[in-house]
Design a protein around this ligand. Structure first.
Ligand code: SAM
Length: 354
């Protein structure tokens, strides 16, 4: 049974963001709802699964930010989309070494998939950690929002402009009902106004509108404004103005056609970091300059830490650790395509890693 096909048969067409949402997050058939997609035997791998040192560096950054905020007696860390729980587990392993911080700490995980929640519960197994359903549930702070590859997994709309007219990409079935295809419909006025207000308009190119991510950013900003704190996010993305189709689908570590196996392949898009920057500023936050993963990890001291660890390692272990670091940091791998953004409450000027 393929829910997408049935929906398309019934509704004839749906906007691209709805297609992505159903493909990935339908309660029963969604890609993230029925399998653990991470790791060598899955479909893709993320930084926390490549090396524990990633989580260790992020943990050090969190402790330093807490110190910058004056070591508040209570600090809430909210991880957005914790995947298989690897990052949270690594964070806790480091946090425990900073006693005062650890005693002040509470962690909330925001996860849409019940299956992944179960995997996280088994892996993390720590009473400091609770699961929340909505960011709106957060009612205390200061709060540090943390995400790795969260925003790039959220549904987007695609629009383009041709001869003064705007079209939105929809998804439909071919005439013989055998294939899924794009359909271009005239965009409605409220959507046109929204992308014009955001200055996303260009002629002839695809405009990507991260509708869901922007909603998240607004609630996150509201909470930071109310309770103090910040947002640190790592994602695939770009900082230059570029109207490009960045939508991609991945299966077994290889790119695949977006429409060939809905519900069975991951779908992501690259983040328009300039737009994120703009929205967070508009919502009154102070946004640090956007950096890349290589620079961020280097500035926290990942190479020094690796050198210390390597002194007690066998040659084989050492080689493995540095091979993994290369994957995280090489400019031809995740070092430059992955960007890091940090937004904090207005007036704060914490800049470690940037
Ligand atoms: C690409 S994975 C990244 C996982 C993990 N952060 C990592 O780096 O390995 C995206 C994660 O976000 C979760 N997610 C996606 N949309 C969500 C939403 N609206 N609310 C909560 N979690 C969501 C997914 O289930 C998954 O855990």
């Amino acid at each position: 049974m393929n829910k997408i096909i049935n929906i398309l048969k019934e509704k004839k067409s749906i906007p691209l963001d709805q297609f992505i949402n159903i493909s990935l997050y339908d309660k029963k058939f969604g890609y993230y709802m029925k399998k653990n997609p991470f790791g060598k035997d899955g479909d893709f791998i993320t930084s926390p699964l490549i090396s524990n040192l990633f989580g260790e560096m992020v943990a050090i950054w969190c402790v330093a930010f807490w110190e910058h905020m004056g070591k508040p007696k209570k600090i809430l860390l909210v991880e957005l989309g914790p995947g298989d729980g690897s990052l949270c587990k690594d964070l806790l392993r480091t946090f425990i070494q900073f006693k005062d911080f650890y005693n002040s700490l509470e962690i909330n995980l925001l996860e849409i998939s019940d299956l992944l929640k179960t995997i996280q519960k088994v892996k993390i197994n720590n009473r400091k950690v609770k699961w929340i359903k909505k960011i709106n549930e957060i009612n205390c702070g200061p709060v540090i929002f943390l995400g790795n590859e969260f925003f790039d997994s959220l549904p987007i709309k695609q629009i383009y402009k041709k001869k003064k007219l705007f079209f939105e990409k929809y998804v439909a079935l071919s005439n013989d009902n055998k294939k899924i295809r794009f359909l271009h419909k005239k965009a409605n006025n409220s959507l046109i106004k929204r992308i014009q207000d955001l200055n996303l308009v260009s002629t002839g190119h695809v405009i990507e509108y991260p509708i869901k991510a922007l909603k998240f950013l607004e609630v996150i900003a509201e909470k930071i404004n109310e309770f103090d704190g910040g947002l640190l996010t790592f994602d695939y993305g770009y900082t230059e103005t570029k109207n490009q189709n960045t939508l991609q689908s991945v299966k077994k570590h290889k790119y695949t056609n977006l429409f060939s196996i809905p519900h069975h392949s991951d779908i992501t898009s690259h983040l328009n970091f300039k737009l994120f920057h703009k929205i967070l500023k508009k919502n009154n936050l102070n946004v640090e300059k956007i950096t890349n993963q290589n620079e961020f990890l280097r500035k926290i001291g990942i190479l020094e830490r690796a050198n210390i660890l390597s002194k007690k390692m066998t040659f084989k272990k050492k080689a493995n650790m540095f091979y993994r670091l290369k994957r995280l940091m090489d400019y031809r791998e995740m070092g430059s395509l992955f960007k890091v953004l940090f937004a904090q409450k207005k007036g704060r000027k914490f800049s470690l890693g940037f």
